[in-house]
Structure formats: C-alpha cells, structure tokens
Write a protein that binds this ligand. Structure first.
Ligand SMILES: Cc1cc2nc3c(=O)[nH]c(=O)nc-3n(C[C@H](O)[C@H](O)[C@H](O)COP(=O)(O)OP(=O)(O)OC[C@H]3O[C@@H](n4cnc5c(N)ncnc54)[C@H](O)[C@@H]3O)c2cc1C
Length: 485
C-alpha cells in the first residue's frame, strides 16, 4: 500500500521534499497556512508592479539546475534565466564599486581601487572554487547525522579553514576597506558576522564572482511557480490557507496532524515550517530542544523591508544595489552583539525593473528595500517610517537625484510580520546562521530524536539558510524518509 506523508509549509524546502517524495512513490499532501505557496519567497503584485517579497539574489545556478534535472527536467522548462551584467553595484561614501559578470571585469575594478590587488583576488577565488567543489559535491548533500560526514581527504587537508574566519582570511590579503567589505558581503547570506564565519565558506565568494548573479525573468517567484507545477505534475496534493494546529503523536510515533479541528492521518510527518514553531505543535514531552537552546543560538538577522512603486525610471542604479556607505562593523555589532535598531543602517535595494520590463509598468521602477536588523526588535509604524525616510534620503544623496516625490505607494514588512505570517522564531528573516558551532551535525536535526516518523526541513536545519540550501534540505530529508519506506 502507498504510504502517506503530510508536509507542513510550502517554502522552497517543503516544495522540494514534496516532489522528491512523490517521485519516490509516496502519497503526499502539503498544508500551508498562507493563501499562496512559497513561504518567505511569496510575491506581491500591485498596480502593475511585481515584487518578490523575500529572496532576490539567484546564486548557485548549478543547484537549481540539479534540482530540476533530478526529475528529468531543466530550469528552462519552468523559467527563463538572465545572467546580470553588471552583477551588482556597491555604493560607498566616496566611491562606487561595480561588480561585472566576469573575473576579468572584476579584476579591472579591483585594480582601480588598489593596484596589485587582482593577483591576490585571482588566487583567493581559485581557492574559493576548490572549496565550492568540495562543499557542493562532497559535503552539502549529506544529512548532518554524524561528524564523520565532514571528514573527507579534502576537508582533512583544509581543517584549518574551519577554525580560521573568512574575515581574517580576507584581511590578510586585502587592505582596502572597500575591497574587504566587497569580499565579506557574500557570507552575510549565511546569517552571521564574517568574523564568526569559517573561512571554508569562501565558497560563497566563488558563487558570487565565479558563477555570477542571475535573474529568473518575472522574478524569483517564477521558481516557486515552477516547483509548484512540478509537485502537482507528480501528484502532490497542495492545500493553502490551512494552518496546522497540532502534530499528533501516539506511543512515541507521529500519526497525523490537526488542521481546522480535523485529524489528517499519515505514516510520516515532515515540517518545513520554522523548526522552533514546528516543535511547539508537539506536546512538550516530545520537543527535542528547550527554549534555552533556541535562545542561545545565533539567528540570522530579521529585516525591515519596503516594496515601493516609483512613477519614473531612476538613474545610476542597477538591478542589485548595496549601500555600504556607513560603518559596516557598527551595524553588524548592532545586529549580533548589542541588538538594537541600527544607528546608521547599511541597506540593500533591488530594482528588478532595471533589467526586466515585466516587473513594472513602462516608465516606472519597482524598488525593494532591505535593512538587516537584529531579530525580535520592537517593531512599530513610527520606527518603520523613521528608517524609510533615512534610506530614501541616502538613496537620493548617493545617486544624486530626487525620488521621494515619485513614490506612488509603499508597503512595509518587518519583525511582527515575520512572526505573524510565517511563525518565525523572533521574527528571523532567514533562519539560523551557519557558524562553526551551527554547521552540519551541530544544527537541529532533519529527523526527530524523540518522535518516530517525524522529520524537519528548511533553513533552521541542515544545511542552512538560503534558497539553494533549502532545495538541498528538501532532498536530504526525503532520502531519510525513503529509507523507512
Ligand atoms: C527578506 C529576505 C531576503 C532573502 N534573500 C535571499 C536571497 O536573495 N537569496 C537566497 O538564496 N535566499 C534569500 N533569503 C532566504 C530564503 O528566502 C530562505 O532561506 C528560504 O526561502 C527558506 O525556505 P524554507 O522552506 O526553509 O522556509 P519558509 O519559506 O519560511 O517556509 C515555511 C512555510 O511554513 C509555513 N507555516 C508556518 N507555520 C505553519 C503552520 N502551523 N501550518 C502550515 N504552514 C505553516 C509558512 O507560512 C511558510 O510558508 C531571503 C529571505 C528573506 C526573508
């Protein structure tokens, strides 16, 4: 008889797992609390503007391709990809660095900033590429069940890179603060300070400079739509607008869920909702991790987000823009060491309509603004407005143009929305950070240690935050469930 899996949530990890499990012959039903699928990667459309609500950087195209290839498909069957040129722009207080779409262009830009730096850059990226090959081909597709998964001939030769930090590594070779910030930026995706992130994670620099920045035409939500279609083609039964109220356990085994006061029985339960929330759906005796455990962990930042429609095209901007024109260290301290609203925030702005006409009405610009902040900060309309005024003014100053009077509308999203819309622990935006002590087998596990037939996936478990890791997380957990079939 066909065994049944119930999946909680519809983020990248849940949709990924759903397809793998359906392909393996399980009956799969997925329950999502929100009205649309996609989790943190949902879409907002308004007055002809299209916004990705969460992720906007498409890095590691090989991992997306590998996901669809596992089903005999290709990304091209579901969406069209453009390689962005330039990849992005970084605004500093006295200069702008443009990251091109090839190593040669990036080396020319590094030389402009610091003569002689390109030879170090080429060596740094060559080493980062080796790490990428090891991480992606030999480590990251392992389920984090044992420390031995990390022990390979290649990692043994690089063990020092797990104990040195990316920050130390970069600063040994580069002295210019702008180049340092440029090279430390990619590991911010892993959720911790570069000074707390092992230098082995320089593979993110290869993802950045070596593999490039891509854009699915129509936005990141096209990936979600593709994954939803794939899951449905494979027979997954998707229910949106249904919050799971409880995970049912009988004699130590997960037997089903409660939704809308009804019991749905299953052979296996898999939750892709935030791990902390998933455990609160269990009676306390079945939870593996205490509140103290979660509280002691380093979480990735939360974010203050704005979705803004402009009634004109803006100048001197690119698809991706980083505003690193204030003190990087101080902002990082105000996220991780002394959590408070940032004194002078760094921020990121995505204008997808610069390269993709479908994202805004003609002659208009779609703007997504992101200020990283510590999780669980007080979140009020007045604070949101205060920071909006600050970042719009900075955008105007750095790009030397007036934009404030060209705003048709703005929507915001912050800590309270992350909690309310995703049941996010402390309103984190992108999960639990990948620090040395929160890597692989040291992260919350894919499989419950207390309840049989209960599994977890997503950015709080293995391998970590980000869209590509979430795709991999879904694959890893489905393999564990398949072993029990
Ligand atoms: C603002 C922002 C920017 C980001 N930028 C990038 C980027 O540029 N590139 C990148 O690679 N990554 C980025 N990320 C990270 C990336 O989006 C996430 O790592 C990834 O989407 C997480 O997927 P997930 O499956 O783990 O969880 P989620 O997407 O959070 O999915 C969990 C789902 O579970 C649902 N749920 C919760 N409780 C219940 C319940 N009781 N019953 C039913 N359903 C429930 C939630 O509604 C949600 O849909 C960003 C994230 C954010 C928030």
């Amino acid at each position: 008889m066909q065994k049944k899996v119930v999946i909680i949530g519809s983020g990248f990890s849940s949709l990924s797992a759903a397809s793998y499990l359906a392909k393996a012959g399980f009956e799969v039903a997925l329950y999502e609390k929100n009205k649309t699928v996609g989790g943190r990667a949902r879409q907002l459309t308004k007055q002809g503007f299209t916004f990705d609500i969460g992720p906007s950087w498409y890095w590691m195209p090989d991992i997306f391709e590998r996901f669809f290839n596992d089903f005999g498909k290709s990304t091209a069957d579901y969406y069209e990809l453009d390689k962005l040129s330039p990849a992005y722009k970084i605004f500093f207080s006295d200069d702008v660095i443009t990251i091109g779409d090839s190593m040669d262009k990036i080396c020319t830009e590094f030389e402009r900033i610091e003569a002689g730096s390109s030879q170090y850059l080429r060596k740094f990226i060559a080493k980062a590429q080796e790490n990428y090959d090891i991480a992606i081909n030999k480590i990251v597709y392992r389920p984090g069940l044992s420390p031995f998964e990390l022990v390979t001939k290649d990692t043994a030769l690089r063990v020092d890179q797990f104990f040195k930090t990316i920050s130390g590594q970069v600063r040994k070779q580069f002295k210019n603060p702008k180049l340092i910030a440029t090279l430390e930026f990619p590991v911010l995706f892993l959720g911790a300070k570069p000074s707390k992130t092992p230098s082995f994670y320089s593979f993110m620099n290869f993802a950045d400079f070596g593999l490039g920045t891509w854009h699915p035409k129509g936005g990141m939500y096209k990936i979600i739509e593709g994954m939803k279609s794939l899951a449905e083609e494979l027979g997954v039964d998707i229910h949106t607008g249904h919050a799971v109220e409880k995970i049912l356990v009988e004699k130590g085994r997960a037997t089903g869920i409660m939704v809308d006061n009804k019991t749905i029985a299953a052979d296996f339960i898999l939750s892709g909702a935030d791990y902390h929330h998933s455990e609160t759906l269990l009676d306390p005796e079945y939870r593996q991790y205490s509140e103290d455990y979660w509280n002691a962990k380093t979480f990735a930042p939360s974010s203050l987000l704005f979705y803004v429609g402009f009634n004109k095209k803006l100048k001197d901007i690119e698809h991706h823009n980083l505003f690193f024109d204030t003190d990087f260290e101080r902002h990082a301290e105000e996220i991780y060491d002394d959590p408070k609203w940032p004194t002078e925030p760094l921020f990121y702005v995505n204008f997808p309509s610069v390269t993709d006409k479908s994202m805004a009405p003609e002659g208009h610009e779609t703007g997504f603004f992101l200020v990283p902040i510590a999780p669980d900060l007080e979140d009020t309309p007045a604070l949101r407005q205060q920071y909006f005024d600050v970042i719009i003014k900075r955008l105007e100053e750095r790009t030397k143009q007036k934009v404030e009077n060209n705003i048709i509308f703005k929507e915001s999203f912050c800590v309270n929305d992350f909690k309310e819309q995703y049941n996010s622990y402390k309103g984190n935006a992108y999960g639990m950070a990948n620090t040395l002590l929160q890597t692989a087998f040291l992260r919350p596990g894919l499989k419950s240690k207390k309840v049989k037939d209960l599994y977890f996936t997503g950015q709080l478990t293995v391998p970590g935050p980000g869209v590509p890791p979430s795709l991999i997380s879904g694959k890893l957990v489905s393999e564990l469930i398949e072993q029990k079939k």
